[in-house]
Design a protein around this ligand. Structure first.
Ligand code: ADP
Length: 163
């Protein structure tokens, strides 16, 4: 059985993340969506909120399990008995950061492999930060995030979408 972990901030989870998860769930037996409790990132949603939104948004995928983790990914992976990290690769802008992350993890723990999945073209420029900006300005979110996330963002940002 091949278990993989897809770690991230998921602030919030978008259709881009879900696209990657749908691909991973077809390739691997067990996919853990691991929500990171980053301390260096100011998140819009708390860890608990991000976890709940991810859980609701991935209910249609039976082999996805949502979890949270603190600290180093390699320690979490070891604890979960997993050696494969999944990351999404969008445009060129992701490449430097993702490569540095993959190589740093490899240096810390040589048995860890990173597998990059490329999203469908329509999600290539979708990011959580763009969604947060859009929500803050009262923009329509429905094409970018699942309904539970759109509802949570409207509540959090307190603006009505433009029609
Ligand atoms: P992090 O803060 O760890 O980068 P994110 O939640 O922003 O967490 O992203 C988690 C992973 O999902 C990263 O590998 C990121 O490149 C990828 N990702 C984010 N949005 C998309 C998208 N629209 N399509 C494909 N991959 C994506």
């Amino acid at each position: 059985m091949t278990r993989v972990i897809y770690p991230g901030t998921f602030d919030p989870i978008t259709y881009g993340h879900i696209n990657i998860l749908e691909k991973a769930s077809k390739i691997f037996d067990d996919v853990i969506l691991a929500v990171a409790d980053h301390t260096d990132k100011q998140t819009g949603f708390s860890l608990e909120e991000r976890y709940e939104l991810c859980k609701e948004a991935t209910q249609h995928l039976p082999n996805i399990h949502v979890s949270t983790f603190n600290g180093l990914f390699i320690d979490y992976a070891k604890a979960m008995d997993c050696k494969i990290m999944i990351r999404g690769l969008r445009a060129v802008s992701d490449f430097e950061y993702e490569l540095a992350l993959a190589l740093t993890n490899k240096k810390l723990s040589p048995e860890i492999e990173t597998i990059f999945l490329v999203p469908s073209l329509k999600y290539m420029y979708l990011s959580s930060s763009m969604i947060r900006q859009l929500a803050a300005l009262g923009g329509q979110l429905d094409d970018f995030v699942p309904p539970n996330v759109a509802a949570a963002m409207k509540l959090k940002y307190g603006k009505q979408p433009l029609v």
